[in-house]
Design a protein around this ligand. Structure first.
Ligand code: G
Ligand code: G
Ligand code: MN
Length: 387
Protein backbone atom coordinates (compact mmCIF):
# COMPACT_ATOMS: atom_id res chain seq x y z
CA UNK A 1 0.00 0.00 0.00
CA UNK A 2 2.75 2.43 0.99
CA UNK A 3 4.96 1.41 -1.90
CA UNK A 4 2.14 1.94 -4.38
CA UNK A 5 1.57 5.43 -3.04
CA UNK A 6 5.28 6.26 -3.05
CA UNK A 7 5.75 4.85 -6.55
CA UNK A 8 2.91 7.01 -7.84
CA UNK A 9 4.42 10.12 -6.29
CA UNK A 10 8.00 9.45 -7.39
CA UNK A 11 7.07 8.82 -11.02
CA UNK A 12 6.07 12.50 -11.29
CA UNK A 13 9.25 13.87 -9.72
CA UNK A 14 11.31 15.64 -12.40
CA UNK A 15 14.32 13.48 -13.25
CA UNK A 16 12.96 10.28 -11.66
CA UNK A 17 14.49 7.21 -13.28
CA UNK A 18 12.54 4.00 -13.69
CA UNK A 19 14.24 1.02 -12.07
CA UNK A 20 12.22 -1.78 -13.56
CA UNK A 21 9.67 -2.25 -16.33
CA UNK A 22 7.22 -5.09 -16.68
CA UNK A 23 4.71 -5.48 -19.52
CA UNK A 24 2.28 -2.95 -18.20
CA UNK A 25 3.92 -1.29 -15.21
CA UNK A 26 6.93 0.89 -14.53
CA UNK A 27 8.56 0.83 -11.12
CA UNK A 28 10.43 3.83 -9.74
CA UNK A 29 10.77 2.35 -6.30
CA UNK A 30 13.03 -0.44 -5.07
CA UNK A 31 12.51 -2.09 -1.72
CA UNK A 32 15.65 -2.24 0.48
CA UNK A 33 13.90 -3.82 3.43
CA UNK A 34 10.20 -3.97 4.33
CA UNK A 35 10.33 -0.45 5.76
CA UNK A 36 12.86 1.20 3.49
CA UNK A 37 12.52 2.13 -0.16
CA UNK A 38 14.96 3.65 -2.59
CA UNK A 39 14.51 5.72 -5.72
CA UNK A 40 16.90 7.35 -8.16
CA UNK A 41 16.64 10.87 -9.52
CA UNK A 42 18.80 12.42 -12.23
CA UNK A 43 20.34 15.28 -10.26
CA UNK A 44 21.06 17.38 -13.35
CA UNK A 45 17.41 17.38 -14.28
CA UNK A 46 16.19 17.77 -10.72
CA UNK A 47 18.54 20.63 -9.82
CA UNK A 48 17.26 22.78 -12.66
CA UNK A 49 13.82 22.81 -11.01
CA UNK A 50 14.59 22.32 -7.29
CA UNK A 51 11.35 23.80 -5.97
CA UNK A 52 9.20 21.58 -8.17
CA UNK A 53 11.17 18.57 -7.01
CA UNK A 54 10.70 19.46 -3.35
CA UNK A 55 7.02 20.14 -3.81
CA UNK A 56 6.38 16.91 -5.67
CA UNK A 57 8.37 14.89 -3.16
CA UNK A 58 6.33 16.44 -0.37
CA UNK A 59 3.35 14.47 -1.68
CA UNK A 60 4.81 11.29 -0.23
CA UNK A 61 3.82 12.73 3.13
CA UNK A 62 0.12 12.71 2.32
CA UNK A 63 -1.78 10.09 4.30
CA UNK A 64 -2.86 7.00 2.36
CA UNK A 65 -6.38 5.69 2.30
CA UNK A 66 -6.65 2.29 3.93
CA UNK A 67 -10.14 0.78 4.24
CA UNK A 68 -11.50 4.30 4.41
CA UNK A 69 -9.06 5.44 7.09
CA UNK A 70 -6.50 8.13 6.39
CA UNK A 71 -3.23 6.57 7.53
CA UNK A 72 -0.28 8.97 7.96
CA UNK A 73 3.02 7.36 6.97
CA UNK A 74 5.45 10.11 8.04
CA UNK A 75 8.31 8.88 5.85
CA UNK A 76 11.88 10.10 6.43
CA UNK A 77 14.03 10.79 3.40
CA UNK A 78 17.80 10.47 3.09
CA UNK A 79 19.68 11.72 0.03
CA UNK A 80 23.11 10.80 -1.31
CA UNK A 81 24.58 12.31 -4.49
CA UNK A 82 26.67 10.58 -7.13
CA UNK A 83 29.63 11.14 -7.34
CA UNK A 84 30.04 13.49 -4.32
CA UNK A 85 29.00 10.89 -1.79
CA UNK A 86 30.12 7.71 -3.53
CA UNK A 87 30.95 6.11 -6.87
CA UNK A 88 29.15 2.83 -6.49
CA UNK A 89 25.59 1.85 -5.67
CA UNK A 90 26.53 0.20 -2.38
CA UNK A 91 28.19 3.27 -0.92
CA UNK A 92 25.43 5.54 -2.16
CA UNK A 93 22.72 3.37 -0.66
CA UNK A 94 24.56 3.01 2.64
CA UNK A 95 25.05 6.76 2.85
CA UNK A 96 21.47 7.60 1.89
CA UNK A 97 20.35 5.26 4.68
CA UNK A 98 22.64 7.04 7.16
CA UNK A 99 21.13 10.39 6.13
CA UNK A 100 17.66 8.90 6.46
CA UNK A 101 18.38 7.81 10.02
CA UNK A 102 19.83 11.17 11.07
CA UNK A 103 18.24 13.51 13.61
CA UNK A 104 17.78 16.07 10.89
CA UNK A 105 15.71 13.66 8.78
CA UNK A 106 13.64 12.91 11.83
CA UNK A 107 13.12 16.61 12.59
CA UNK A 108 12.75 17.92 9.06
CA UNK A 109 11.60 14.88 7.12
CA UNK A 110 14.58 15.04 4.75
CA UNK A 111 18.38 15.13 5.10
CA UNK A 112 21.40 14.96 2.80
CA UNK A 113 24.31 12.66 3.54
CA UNK A 114 27.11 14.33 5.47
CA UNK A 115 30.17 12.64 6.80
CA UNK A 116 29.31 14.40 10.08
CA UNK A 117 26.13 12.29 10.23
CA UNK A 118 28.12 9.13 9.69
CA UNK A 119 29.42 8.09 13.10
CA UNK A 120 31.85 5.66 11.43
CA UNK A 121 33.70 8.16 9.29
CA UNK A 122 37.09 9.50 10.26
CA UNK A 123 35.99 13.02 9.35
CA UNK A 124 33.32 12.88 11.92
CA UNK A 125 35.55 11.63 14.70
CA UNK A 126 37.94 14.51 14.04
CA UNK A 127 35.02 16.91 13.93
CA UNK A 128 33.81 15.77 17.34
CA UNK A 129 37.19 16.20 19.01
CA UNK A 130 37.77 19.54 17.25
CA UNK A 131 34.39 20.76 18.41
CA UNK A 132 35.08 19.79 22.01
CA UNK A 133 38.36 21.70 21.78
CA UNK A 134 36.69 24.71 20.14
CA UNK A 135 34.08 24.99 22.90
CA UNK A 136 36.72 24.79 25.63
CA UNK A 137 39.01 27.28 23.95
CA UNK A 138 36.53 29.93 22.92
CA UNK A 139 37.01 29.26 19.22
CA UNK A 140 33.31 29.46 18.40
CA UNK A 141 31.60 32.75 17.82
CA UNK A 142 28.11 34.17 17.58
CA UNK A 143 26.87 36.08 14.57
CA UNK A 144 23.91 38.39 15.01
CA UNK A 145 20.95 38.92 12.70
CA UNK A 146 18.61 41.85 13.42
CA UNK A 147 14.85 41.70 13.90
CA UNK A 148 12.99 44.70 12.59
CA UNK A 149 9.72 45.97 14.03
CA UNK A 150 7.48 46.80 11.05
CA UNK A 151 5.38 49.32 12.95
CA UNK A 152 8.19 51.48 14.32
CA UNK A 153 10.98 50.47 11.87
CA UNK A 154 13.21 50.04 14.90
CA UNK A 155 15.65 47.17 15.34
CA UNK A 156 14.21 45.61 18.48
CA UNK A 157 16.41 42.56 18.81
CA UNK A 158 18.85 40.07 17.33
CA UNK A 159 19.07 36.36 16.85
CA UNK A 160 22.42 34.86 17.88
CA UNK A 161 23.67 32.14 15.51
CA UNK A 162 26.64 29.91 16.11
CA UNK A 163 29.68 30.04 13.78
CA UNK A 164 33.05 28.34 13.74
CA UNK A 165 35.25 30.73 11.81
CA UNK A 166 38.77 29.38 12.36
CA UNK A 167 38.28 25.86 11.13
CA UNK A 168 40.28 24.84 8.10
CA UNK A 169 37.51 22.67 6.78
CA UNK A 170 34.40 24.83 7.18
CA UNK A 171 31.45 23.35 9.05
CA UNK A 172 27.93 24.59 8.54
CA UNK A 173 26.12 25.74 11.68
CA UNK A 174 23.40 23.10 11.42
CA UNK A 175 26.16 20.46 11.29
CA UNK A 176 27.82 21.91 14.37
CA UNK A 177 24.51 21.65 16.19
CA UNK A 178 23.73 18.14 14.90
CA UNK A 179 27.12 16.82 15.98
CA UNK A 180 26.86 18.58 19.34
CA UNK A 181 23.43 17.06 19.92
CA UNK A 182 24.60 13.56 19.03
CA UNK A 183 27.63 13.67 21.29
CA UNK A 184 26.38 15.50 24.37
CA UNK A 185 28.47 18.56 23.48
CA UNK A 186 25.27 20.56 23.10
CA UNK A 187 25.26 21.04 26.86
CA UNK A 188 28.56 22.97 27.12
CA UNK A 189 27.91 24.57 23.73
CA UNK A 190 24.56 26.07 24.72
CA UNK A 191 25.95 27.27 28.03
CA UNK A 192 28.80 28.96 26.19
CA UNK A 193 26.28 30.53 23.75
CA UNK A 194 24.21 31.91 26.64
CA UNK A 195 27.19 33.48 28.36
CA UNK A 196 28.45 34.92 25.09
CA UNK A 197 25.01 36.35 24.26
CA UNK A 198 24.90 38.07 27.66
CA UNK A 199 28.38 39.41 27.08
CA UNK A 200 27.38 40.77 23.64
CA UNK A 201 24.26 42.36 25.02
CA UNK A 202 26.41 44.06 27.61
CA UNK A 203 28.58 45.50 24.86
CA UNK A 204 25.51 46.61 22.88
CA UNK A 205 24.14 48.40 25.95
CA UNK A 206 27.43 50.21 26.37
CA UNK A 207 27.07 51.73 22.92
CA UNK A 208 23.43 52.61 23.48
CA UNK A 209 21.59 49.68 21.86
CA UNK A 210 19.01 48.35 24.29
CA UNK A 211 17.85 45.37 22.24
CA UNK A 212 17.05 41.78 23.09
CA UNK A 213 19.03 38.77 21.97
CA UNK A 214 17.38 35.48 21.02
CA UNK A 215 19.27 32.23 21.45
CA UNK A 216 18.36 28.88 19.87
CA UNK A 217 17.87 26.11 22.38
CA UNK A 218 18.07 22.43 21.53
CA UNK A 219 15.46 20.00 22.87
CA UNK A 220 18.39 18.12 24.46
CA UNK A 221 19.07 21.14 26.65
CA UNK A 222 15.57 20.92 28.05
CA UNK A 223 16.33 17.37 29.16
CA UNK A 224 19.32 18.46 31.27
CA UNK A 225 18.08 18.18 34.86
CA UNK A 226 19.90 21.34 35.93
CA UNK A 227 19.25 23.48 32.86
CA UNK A 228 16.61 25.76 34.37
CA UNK A 229 18.70 26.21 37.52
CA UNK A 230 21.76 27.06 35.45
CA UNK A 231 19.81 29.66 33.47
CA UNK A 232 18.25 31.10 36.60
CA UNK A 233 21.64 31.56 38.28
CA UNK A 234 23.14 33.06 35.16
CA UNK A 235 20.32 35.57 34.77
CA UNK A 236 20.48 36.48 38.45
CA UNK A 237 24.10 37.44 38.15
CA UNK A 238 23.27 39.68 35.18
CA UNK A 239 20.19 41.56 36.39
CA UNK A 240 20.49 44.20 33.65
CA UNK A 241 19.70 41.54 31.06
CA UNK A 242 16.63 40.31 32.84
CA UNK A 243 13.90 39.54 30.29
CA UNK A 244 16.16 40.46 27.37
CA UNK A 245 17.40 36.98 26.45
CA UNK A 246 14.73 35.08 24.55
CA UNK A 247 14.88 31.33 23.94
CA UNK A 248 13.88 30.01 20.53
CA UNK A 249 12.68 26.42 20.39
CA UNK A 250 11.24 24.60 17.38
CA UNK A 251 7.82 23.06 17.65
CA UNK A 252 8.95 19.86 15.92
CA UNK A 253 11.72 19.26 18.43
CA UNK A 254 9.35 19.78 21.36
CA UNK A 255 7.12 17.01 20.05
CA UNK A 256 9.80 14.37 20.68
CA UNK A 257 9.19 14.69 24.38
CA UNK A 258 6.19 16.96 24.93
CA UNK A 259 5.67 16.44 28.65
CA UNK A 260 9.24 17.01 29.77
CA UNK A 261 9.79 19.88 27.34
CA UNK A 262 6.72 21.59 28.73
CA UNK A 263 7.94 21.12 32.28
CA UNK A 264 11.38 22.59 31.46
CA UNK A 265 9.88 25.53 29.58
CA UNK A 266 7.57 26.33 32.47
CA UNK A 267 10.55 26.39 34.82
CA UNK A 268 12.35 28.78 32.43
CA UNK A 269 9.23 30.91 32.20
CA UNK A 270 9.20 31.14 35.99
CA UNK A 271 12.81 32.31 35.75
CA UNK A 272 11.64 35.15 33.50
CA UNK A 273 12.89 33.87 30.14
CA UNK A 274 10.70 34.90 27.17
CA UNK A 275 10.01 32.03 24.76
CA UNK A 276 9.67 32.07 20.98
CA UNK A 277 8.40 29.22 18.79
CA UNK A 278 10.87 28.85 15.89
CA UNK A 279 10.21 27.40 12.42
CA UNK A 280 6.44 27.55 12.93
CA UNK A 281 4.60 25.86 10.08
CA UNK A 282 7.56 23.79 8.88
CA UNK A 283 6.23 20.53 10.24
CA UNK A 284 2.96 19.20 11.51
CA UNK A 285 1.86 21.71 14.07
CA UNK A 286 -0.19 20.85 17.06
CA UNK A 287 -1.72 24.13 18.09
CA UNK A 288 -3.29 22.50 21.11
CA UNK A 289 0.24 21.69 22.30
CA UNK A 290 1.79 25.01 21.34
CA UNK A 291 -0.97 26.83 23.18
CA UNK A 292 0.18 25.19 26.41
CA UNK A 293 3.74 26.48 26.00
CA UNK A 294 4.58 29.70 27.84
CA UNK A 295 5.52 31.43 24.55
CA UNK A 296 4.88 35.05 23.62
CA UNK A 297 6.25 34.96 20.09
CA UNK A 298 5.90 32.79 17.00
CA UNK A 299 8.35 32.79 14.10
CA UNK A 300 6.79 31.75 10.81
CA UNK A 301 9.13 29.41 8.97
CA UNK A 302 11.12 30.68 6.02
CA UNK A 303 9.58 28.03 3.75
CA UNK A 304 6.17 29.69 4.10
CA UNK A 305 7.53 33.22 3.60
CA UNK A 306 9.87 32.66 0.61
CA UNK A 307 7.26 32.63 -2.14
CA UNK A 308 4.56 34.98 -0.88
CA UNK A 309 5.40 37.55 -3.53
CA UNK A 310 4.84 34.96 -6.29
CA UNK A 311 2.18 32.66 -4.92
CA UNK A 312 -1.30 33.77 -3.94
CA UNK A 313 -1.79 30.51 -2.04
CA UNK A 314 1.26 31.14 0.16
CA UNK A 315 0.01 34.66 0.81
CA UNK A 316 -3.31 33.27 2.02
CA UNK A 317 -1.57 30.82 4.33
CA UNK A 318 0.73 33.47 5.80
CA UNK A 319 -2.06 36.02 6.23
CA UNK A 320 -4.23 33.42 7.95
CA UNK A 321 -1.35 32.29 10.15
CA UNK A 322 -0.60 35.87 11.23
CA UNK A 323 -4.25 36.53 12.05
CA UNK A 324 -4.56 33.27 13.94
CA UNK A 325 -1.39 33.90 15.97
CA UNK A 326 -2.58 37.41 16.75
CA UNK A 327 -5.95 36.14 17.98
CA UNK A 328 -4.06 33.77 20.26
CA UNK A 329 -2.07 36.72 21.59
CA UNK A 330 1.34 36.02 20.02
CA UNK A 331 3.81 38.46 18.54
CA UNK A 332 4.54 37.28 14.98
CA UNK A 333 7.97 37.25 13.35
CA UNK A 334 8.48 36.37 9.68
CA UNK A 335 11.80 34.63 8.94
CA UNK A 336 13.65 34.58 5.66
CA UNK A 337 12.54 37.93 4.24
CA UNK A 338 14.81 38.39 1.25
CA UNK A 339 13.25 41.21 -0.74
CA UNK A 340 11.35 44.42 -0.47
CA UNK A 341 8.13 43.12 -1.93
CA UNK A 342 7.94 40.39 0.69
CA UNK A 343 8.63 42.95 3.41
CA UNK A 344 5.92 45.23 2.17
CA UNK A 345 3.38 42.37 1.88
CA UNK A 346 4.13 41.31 5.45
CA UNK A 347 3.74 44.90 6.58
CA UNK A 348 0.30 45.03 4.98
CA UNK A 349 -0.63 41.72 6.58
CA UNK A 350 0.07 43.18 10.00
CA UNK A 351 3.12 41.05 10.75
CA UNK A 352 4.96 42.44 13.78
CA UNK A 353 8.63 41.71 13.09
CA UNK A 354 10.78 40.56 10.19
CA UNK A 355 14.17 38.95 9.93
CA UNK A 356 16.10 38.01 6.82
CA UNK A 357 18.71 38.72 4.19
CA UNK A 358 16.79 41.76 2.95
CA UNK A 359 17.98 43.54 6.07
CA UNK A 360 21.24 41.68 6.37
CA UNK A 361 22.76 38.24 6.69
CA UNK A 362 23.87 37.27 10.18
CA UNK A 363 27.03 39.30 10.90
CA UNK A 364 29.94 39.14 13.35
CA UNK A 365 29.48 41.45 16.34
CA UNK A 366 31.68 44.29 15.06
CA UNK A 367 30.15 44.26 11.60
CA UNK A 368 26.71 44.26 13.20
CA UNK A 369 27.65 47.38 15.12
CA UNK A 370 28.75 49.07 11.88
CA UNK A 371 25.55 47.95 10.20
CA UNK A 372 23.49 49.45 13.03
CA UNK A 373 25.42 52.69 12.67
CA UNK A 374 24.41 52.89 9.00
CA UNK A 375 20.86 51.69 9.48
CA UNK A 376 18.35 54.30 8.42
CA UNK A 377 14.73 53.65 9.41
CA UNK A 378 13.63 56.65 7.35
CA UNK A 379 14.91 55.13 4.12
CA UNK A 380 13.04 51.95 4.89
CA UNK A 381 9.84 53.81 5.67
CA UNK A 382 9.70 55.42 2.25
CA UNK A 383 10.52 52.15 0.57
CA UNK A 384 7.71 50.34 2.37
CA UNK A 385 5.09 52.93 1.56
CA UNK A 386 6.33 53.40 -2.01
CA UNK A 387 5.86 49.77 -2.96
O1 G B 1 22.47 30.69 10.34
P1 G B 1 22.11 29.35 10.31
O2 G B 1 22.85 28.63 9.22
O3 G B 1 23.02 29.74 11.42
O4 G B 1 21.63 28.25 11.35
C1 G B 1 21.44 26.91 11.00
C2 G B 1 20.60 26.20 12.03
O5 G B 1 21.32 26.06 13.24
C3 G B 1 19.30 26.91 12.37
O6 G B 1 18.27 25.94 12.47
C4 G B 1 19.57 27.50 13.72
O7 G B 1 18.40 27.56 14.50
C5 G B 1 20.56 26.53 14.31
N1 G B 1 21.45 27.20 15.26
C6 G B 1 22.28 28.23 15.03
N2 G B 1 22.93 28.59 16.15
C7 G B 1 22.48 27.76 17.13
C8 G B 1 22.79 27.62 18.52
O8 G B 1 23.54 28.38 19.11
N3 G B 1 22.14 26.62 19.19
C9 G B 1 21.24 25.79 18.59
N4 G B 1 20.68 24.83 19.33
N5 G B 1 20.93 25.90 17.29
C10 G B 1 21.55 26.87 16.56
O1 G C 1 16.07 27.49 12.36
P1 G C 1 16.32 28.96 12.51
O2 G C 1 15.15 29.79 12.11
O3 G C 1 16.92 29.36 13.82
O4 G C 1 17.43 29.26 11.42
C1 G C 1 17.91 30.49 11.10
C2 G C 1 18.62 30.22 9.78
O5 G C 1 18.06 30.99 8.73
C3 G C 1 20.07 30.52 9.80
O6 G C 1 20.68 29.52 9.05
C4 G C 1 20.16 31.85 9.05
O7 G C 1 21.44 32.04 8.50
C5 G C 1 19.10 31.62 8.01
N1 G C 1 18.53 32.83 7.40
C6 G C 1 18.29 34.01 8.00
N2 G C 1 17.71 34.88 7.13
C7 G C 1 17.57 34.23 5.96
C8 G C 1 17.05 34.60 4.67
O8 G C 1 16.57 35.70 4.44
N3 G C 1 17.09 33.65 3.70
C9 G C 1 17.61 32.41 3.93
N4 G C 1 17.62 31.56 2.91
N5 G C 1 18.10 32.04 5.12
C10 G C 1 18.10 32.92 6.12
MN1 MN D 1 16.03 30.46 15.25
Amino acid sequence: LASKHYNAVIKDVPGAISLEQTDNRTFFLASLDPQTFAFVVDADQALSVPRIVLRSIEEIRYPVDFLGMQVPLNPQLGVAFYPTHGNDANTLIRRAVIAEGSDRARDRGIAYYKSSRDSYSADRLTLVSDLRHAIDHNELTLFLQPKLCLRTRAITGFEALIRWPGREQPVRPDEIIAVAEQTGLIKPLTRWVLKEALEMRGRLLEIGWDAGIAVNISPNNLREPDFAVFVQRLMQSYQIHSGAITFEVTETSMMQDPTNSLRALNALDAAGIPLSIDDFGSGYSSLSYIKQLPAGEIKIDRSLITDIAEREQDRVIVRTTIDMCHSLGYTVVAEGVEDEETLSLLHDMGCDLVQGYFLTRPLPFNEMVDWLGNYNPQALRSRISAS
